[in-house]
Design a protein around this ligand. Structure first.
Ligand SMILES: OCN(O)CCCc1ccccc1
Ligand code: NI
Length: 203
């Protein structure tokens, strides 16, 4: 099971490497890694389990973050389900489970390539964070609002998906990890919350 101790932090050179392409069929260790990374996301999005294992919640996890420099990342973007009563613990758990049961996007993306992207930019209104970056880095992270993504899944099947808004942002964040790029590299140093005009603010 992947725990926070297994996640390397900014400063570790692996996070700045361009990761190696993955060959198929997947080795046993790469198959296990794919399972473990997706399991981390599932567990981290369950409030009770996240607390039990001391996990920071994540909607994505890239192999370089667990010090394996290969082009593989798990993505689990839950659907936006709100609890009926945010102060009722059972409601919160139920909503988290429901959100995960019909995710907006869920897959382990291998050798991903963004084959086209919108000119239209998008950025999360709250900025971004990263399990490998402990300090806050406030500011807009401008990305393409829509992307067409080609990747292989763990069975070696080719996929071509069109994503927009939040899932598109998350996949770009993960693909950046495979290229040695961290989210704050994109933040405007002089004016962190300046965004090019008509940048869509998401969420
Ligand atoms: O690399 C994934 N990881 O650091 C978890 C955070 C994922 C993430 C957070 C905000 C916006 C996009 C993606
Ligand atoms: Ni990250």
């Amino acid at each position: 099971m992947i725990l926070m101790d297994n996640i390397i932090r900014d400063g570790n050179p692996t996070l700045r490497k361009y990761a190696d392409k993955v060959t198929f069929p997947l080795s046993q260790e790469h198959q296990q890694l794919a399972k473990d990374m997706m399991e981390y996301l599932e567990v981290s999005q369950n409030p009770d389990l996240a607390e039990k294992y001391g996990l920071r919640a994540g909607v994505g996890l890239a192999a370089p973050q667990v010090d394996v420099s290969i082009q593989m990342a798990a993505v689990l973007v839950p659907s936006p389900v709100e609890p009926d009563d945010p102060d009722n613990h059972d409601d919160v758990l139920k909503a988290a489970q429901e959100a995960q049961d019909n995710p907006v996007f869920k897959d382990v993306i291998i050798n991903p390539v963004i084959v086209s992207q919108s000119v239209q930019l998008g950025a999360l209104s709250e900025g971004e964070g990263c399990l490998s970056v402990d300090e806050d880095k406030p500011g807009y992270v401008p990305r393409a609002d829509r992307i067409t993504l080609r990747y292989q899944d763990v069975d070696g099947n080719d996929h071509k998906v069109r994503l927009k808004n939040y899932p598109a942002i998350v996949c770009q964040h993960e693909i950046d990890h495979l290229h040695g790029v961290l989210f704050y590299d994109h933040i405007n140093k002089e004016q962190p919350f300046a965004a090019e005009e008509n940048t869509l603010l998401i969420g």
